[in-house]
Ligand binder design. Structure first.
Ligand SMILES: Nc1ncnc2c1ncn2[C@@H]1O[C@H](COP(=O)(O)OP(=O)(O)OP(=O)(O)O)[C@@H](O)[C@H]1O
Ligand SMILES: [Mg+2]
Length: 234
């Protein structure tokens, strides 16, 4: 039992996509407290709402109804520029397809984002080195994405995410393009970030290997979380 505040307190969250006259209800009333400094997994069938839920938690999509509190910020009450700041400085994203810039080397990919955040050159170099070392990629720092394996590319994406010292990392199917062993290495890195830095990691995945790393596991069905307790813990 934990007495710390959750990283996200979600109450009756609803979210939909509007396509012309048609409203597609993607999240239909989710209530959950997502614990801090844990690996939390979301699973569930295709179309059940995992990506939509991560997009709302990542402040990419809005709260249409209900409420989401992120570390004491009520997301429906804060202005757009504050949301942008939270997303930019406090939330790291990792996707299935890595989303790296192909013309830049590993270290430049990490630095590029820091540059956009206005971090000065020396500090940028230092943070990029620390982040690439944390994922075991410093020796490959000068390689471009096409010169790296899938696992190495995903590690660059994780280095880029951790370079901003986020309190939360949101990862959508981060191992789906990788073989099992490489995927396991990625999950080890996430697990280490939780244990050593207290980061909260929220992962959507179909992969039982990923679930085996979770402290908490939520199952989604048709826009709802249908099991609040049935999580594995490790
Ligand atoms: N951009 C969009 N426009 C309209 N409807 C969408 C959009 N993205 C998702 N949806 C719909 O919202 C619902 C939830 O989709 P979502 O992508 O969140 O599911 P998911 O659990 O991530 O699925 P998968 O496992 O395939 O990634 C589905 O009915 C889907 O068709
Ligand atoms: Mg998805």
């Amino acid at each position: 039992m934990t007495h710390t505040h959750p990283v996200f307190a979600v109450e009756n969250l609803k979210f939909w996509y509007q396509l012309g006259n048609q409203r597609i209800e993607a999240l239909r009333g989710i209530t959950v407290d997502i614990p801090k400094s844990k690996v939390v997994c979301l699973s569930g069938p295709s179309g059940s709402g995992k990506t939509s839920f991560l997009s709302v938690l990542g402040l990419i999509e809005p709260v249409h109804d209900g409420s989401v509190t992120f570390e004491n910020h009520d997301l429906s009450k804060i202005p757009e520029n504050k949301k942008n700041t939270l997303r930019r400085y406090h939330i790291g994203f990792v996707f299935q397809q890595f989303h790296l810039l192909p013309v830049l080397s590993a270290t430049e990919n990490v630095e590029y984002f820091l540059n956009r955040q206005g971090v000065q050159r020396d500090e940028r170099k230092k943070i990029a080195k620390e982040s690439l070392e944390a994922v075991g990629l410093w020796e490959h720092r000068n390689k471009k994405p096409l010169e790296m394996s899938g696992g190495q590319r995903q590690r660059v994406a994780i280095a880029r995410a951790i370079a901003k010292s986020p309190s939360v990392i949101i990862a959508d199917e981060p191992t789906a393009s990788l073989d099992q062993n490489t995927g396991r290495e990625i999950m080890h890195i996430f697990h280490g970030l939780v244990k050593e830095r207290g980061v909260s990691v929220i992962v959507a995945s179909h992969d039982p290997m990923v679930h085996s790393f979770s402290d908490k596991h939520y199952f989604m069905e048709d826009g709802l979380i249908t099991n609040l307790d049935g999580g594995s813990s490790c």
